[in-house]
Design a protein around this ligand. Structure first.
Ligand code: GLV
Ligand code: MN
Ligand code: MN
Length: 408
């Protein structure tokens, strides 16, 4: 404790559990709240309800980001915002995103309970479509908010059913017009990787976020009989996708500081005895190293072209995200480390392997991220888990950082 104000862990874990009941689907163990879906709308409604209960001023901006702000003693000052996201991947755990949003809410609740009046306004932010599963690109809310992508263009992006971002925002009642302009941003998140857990560190002091590039690719070949068509006479789209993935995995393995994933694949016509005429798939490529990221992206595109040519396939490719590696301001990294150590927590500096809204908020205001250990490094899975003591430590660091920035 060492005399510092701490959050209420029971209240925090209760709110995570309650939020985690939204988006349950039969047959899946985890939560599924795809961005701007009915379930995402329900999660947002619950958050707004809680924000209003605390007397926060709620606003929604034109890309659907939700903010709840508690006035400071000098309301003319820009607010300190803490936050993350409430949308999830398919069959997710309950912590990714929700932990950051609900810890931010817990910080505000705790401050209010103690009747602390901060100088700056202080509040909670919930960003639209961090995950990018239903609509691309990911981190859509923070990207658009900070001017990294045009609003009118993003409104026209469609999901697999042809629903646009704008229609989906309207559909759940979160097409707003007025957001907030933070003076600083703090994001608390589960690490989603194994480093802190393996190294036994209690708090991850996040130095930056690795670059992320996404493509949707289609290889067009020729459907033919699986029994009669000799191997050297096929134009097999699946064989092209498989060769591409194998080559890219070989390349990132040799390189050592990049990762690559083909997470979604659809074949046409999709029959056991037909050579596939179409492979429609995604490629996710990441590296924290600026040069590797630049060269790796070029290699992905070059390899796809080579594979298509060698196999007589036609390649269509569309880049759906291209975010440079981010390095947070050193003084903001120091704030997190100082706060954690001041509370007696062990720390480890590390970059983030996952994408976060903080990587775009960083372009608009001083930004920092705090990680807590993920047991066995599992995330984007119903088995995602973090120990309550770690959740508590992370939220305490968030509380300390935000209070210091907002001033009392
Ligand atoms: C978001 O979670 C991402 O890193 O893909
Ligand atoms: Mn997340
Ligand atoms: Mn995620």
């Amino acid at each position: 404790m060492n005399g510092k104000l701490s959050i209420n862990l029971t209240r925090l874990t209760d709110s995570i559990a309650e939020m985690g009941r939204i988006g349950r689907r039969p047959g899946l163990r985890g939560v599924t709240r795809l961005a701007l879906s009915e379930e995402d709308g329900e999660a947002r409604d619950l958050l707004v309800h809680w924000m209003k209960d605390e007397g926060l001023r709620v606003s929604v901006d034109s890309i659907g980001n939700v903010f709840g702000v508690r006035e400071g003693s000098d309301p003319g000052l820009r607010p300190v915002i803490m936050g993350s996201h409430l949308d999830t991947v398919i069959d997710a755990g309950v912590y990714d995103g929700a932990y950051g949003v609900l810890s931010a809410l817990e910080v505000v609740r705790r401050i209010k309970e103690e009747r602390i009046k901060t100088k700056r306004p202080i509040g909670v932010g919930c960003f639209t479509n961090e995950e990018g599963v239903r609509f691309q690109p990911d981190m859509m809310g923070s990207l658009v908010k900070t001017g990294g992508y045009p609003l009118d263009k993003v409104y026209t992006h469609k999901d697999d059913e042809g629903v646009t971002v704008r229609e989906a925002l309207e559909g759940i009642g979160y097409l707003g017009s007025a957001g907030v302009d933070p003076e600083a941003y703090f994001e608390l998140h589960v690490e989603q990787g194994p480093v802190l857990h393996r190294r036994g560190a209690q708090i991850g002091v996040v130095e930056g976020v690795q670059g992320i590039a996404w493509w949707r690719m289609r290889l067009h070949g020729e459907a033919n009989h699986a029994g009669t068509t000799p191997l050297d006479m096929r134009r097999d789209a699946m064989a092209g996708a498989a060769e591409l993935y194998t080559r890219l995995l070989g390349s990132v393995t040799r390189c050592g500081n990049a990762v690559c994933t083909m997470g979604k694949l659809r074949l046409e016509p999709g029959a056991i005895n037909v050579v596939p005429r179409l492979a429609d798939f995604t490629v996710d490529y990441r590296s924290y190293d600026d040069a590797t990221f630049r060269e790796g992206k070029a290699e992905v595109e070059r390899t796809a072209g080579e594979v298509a040519e060698r196999r007589g396939l036609r390649l269509e490719k569309e880049m759906t995200a291209n975010f440079q590696p981010v390095h947070f301001r050193p003084e903001m990294v120091d704030v997190v480390e100082g706060e954690a150590r001041g509370r007696g927590y062990s720390t480890l500096r590390l970059p983030s392997g996952a994408g976060h809204d903080a990587q775009f908020m960083h372009t608009a205001c001083p930004t920092a991220m705090i990680f807590v250990p993920s047991v066995n490094g599992v995330s984007h899975s119903p088995d995602e888990y973090s120990e309550p003591e770690d959740l508590e430590r992370g939220a305490n660091v968030l509380l300390g950082c935000a209070l210091a920035r907002a001033g009392v």
